[in-house]
Design a protein around this ligand. Structure first.
Ligand code: ASP
Length: 440
């Protein structure tokens, strides 16, 4: 038995919304990392466990929520929602690169720095666009799920879900019809259970995030960060402008006429998780939980748009290409022409579609942009040291963009309840007692 003091501390601790506890762990971990330095990296495995716990439920949650969503809509609706989501994702990414380029041209990060001679970089494979498109059709759906291939999994689940619906409509066999119902019922129960798991994993996240941040700053150290302060600040300024003007001003206020504070409050667990683990795909379970429980979006929209967004929609990553292109040009003392800057927009948007939402993707994509502009690839090695910091900012933007677009498309399709969740109570957070699905 715990002494009653300990019990009441525990109760008090648990009464603070999880996102604030994780936020505190984020800051505390960063400070401890900077103060203690290298030795604190021994804690890293505790952080890896958090990332693995989230990754563990990505594929199940994608499969289950997508099937639940398909149950509720017609193929025609699915097509329309898909078109709207993809079009908005592409437009937002292009705007993001423009903003990144504009801010970088103003601030001019990289002037005064020189490329160290000894940085080496071994360009990794960059994704081939045609290969990505062909790869959407899995040769083996179980293999795709086992490998965590989200696009191929989405494809299989959609066609399988539509087939189940058709079967239910057309069959005369009562046993088959009730079999289809049972599949959907199992999926519904599974989804509820997975959302409970998200909650439990976030509880552990307090330890995981502390360890992750301590390890990052323990390894990088303040001396490694200072020369890149202007680059970090430029990206941060561009991101804040993009989130403030485009997401909050354009998407949330202008298109849905809702409060931006309510939107951010509803998305905060996903935002903090993205900052902590720097992977949009890994954050997906939390992003989905926020869409379901706080933003009150229907699975028929988020079940499709969020996994898709985690894979193809990366505004922060695309914007980063623009910022680093200007940074790299300044390092070697050249000026990018307008045509070159437009090329950056095109490549960055296309490359962000082909690349997956995992840590460090943006750094690999950079090779494409730099090669196209004839800038030295060594820049990739040069910025790699601070990438764990830049990547966090990119990922946070990527995830916020997925949720903002999903909110708008849900609004257009009457698939969101603005009368509940964070829209009426911005203080609510992810809690164990929340109903995940269905009965609201
Ligand atoms: N880590 C980012 C994401 O998962 C991708 C990137 O490296 O920019 O969204």
């Amino acid at each position: 038995m715990l002494p009653s003091n300990a019990k009441s501390y525990w109760k008090q601790y648990r009464s603070v919304p999880i996102v604030y506890r994780i936020g505190a762990a984020f800051i505390l971990g960063s400070v401890v990392g900077l103060v203690v330095g290298e030795p604190v990296t021994v804690l890293e495995p505790l952080g890896d466990i958090f990332v693995r716990l989230l990754s563990m439920i990505v594929i199940p949650i994608v499969v289950f929520t997508l099937l639940m969503g398909i149950r509720r809509i017609s193929p025609a609706q699915l097509g329309r929602i898909g078109g709207e989501v993809i079009a908005l994702y592409a437009v937002m990414s292009a705007i993001a690169v423009f903003i990144g380029l504009a801010v970088a041209n103003l601030v001019n990060p990289g002037t005064g720095l020189t490329l160290a001679e000894d940085v080496e970089f071994d360009p990794a494979d960059t994704p081939d666009f045609v290969e990505v498109i062909v790869g959407i059709v899995p040769e083996n759906p179980i293999g795709a799920m086992a490998e965590g291939d989200v696009l191929a999994t989405i494809f299989f689940v959609i066609v399988f879900g539509l087939a189940l619906l058709m079967l239910e409509e057309t069959t005369d066999d009562e046993a088959v019809r009730s079999g289809v119902e049972s599949i959907f019922n199992i999926v519904e129960a599974g989804t509820e259970a997975l959302f409970k798991l998200v909650w439990g994993i976030m509880e552990y996240g307090v330890i995981g995030v502390f360890a992750l941040m301590a390890a990052v700053f323990g390894e990088a150290g303040i001396d490694a960060i200072v020369p890149f302060a202007l680059l970090i600040a430029t990206l941060l300024a561009a991101i804040l402008l993009h989130i403030g003007i485009v997401y909050l001003g354009g998407l949330i206020i202008a298109l849905t006429r809702q409060s931006p504070v309510a939107f951010l409050a509803g998305s905060k667990d996903a935002i903090v998780t993205a900052l902590s683990i720097r992977s949009s795909s890994g954050t997906l379970p939390v992003t989905m939980a926020n869409a379901e429980e706080n933003l009150r979006i229907d699975e028929s929209v988020y079940g499709f748009s969020l996994p898709l967004g985690a894979t193809i929609n990366m505004d922060g990553t695309a914007m980063y290409q623009g910022v680093v292109a200007v940074f790299a040009a300044n390092l070697v003392g050249v000026q990018l022409t307008i045509v070159e800057q437009v090329t950056v927009v095109l490549i960055a948007v296309l490359a962000s579609i082909g690349a997956g939402g995992v840590p460090g993707t943006g750094l690999i994509m950079l090779t494409l942009v730099l090669t196209q502009l004839g800038l030295p690839l060594e820049v990739v090695g040069f910025v790699a040291g601070v990438d764990p910091i830049l990547d966090r900012l990119r990922t946070m933007t990527n995830v916020t963009g997925d949720l903002a677009v999903t909110t708008v498309v849900a609004h257009w399709n009457d698939a969101i309840d603005f009368g509940g969740g964070s829209w009426v109570d911005p203080t609510r957070g992810l809690e164990m007692g929340d109903t995940a699905t269905g009965d609201d």
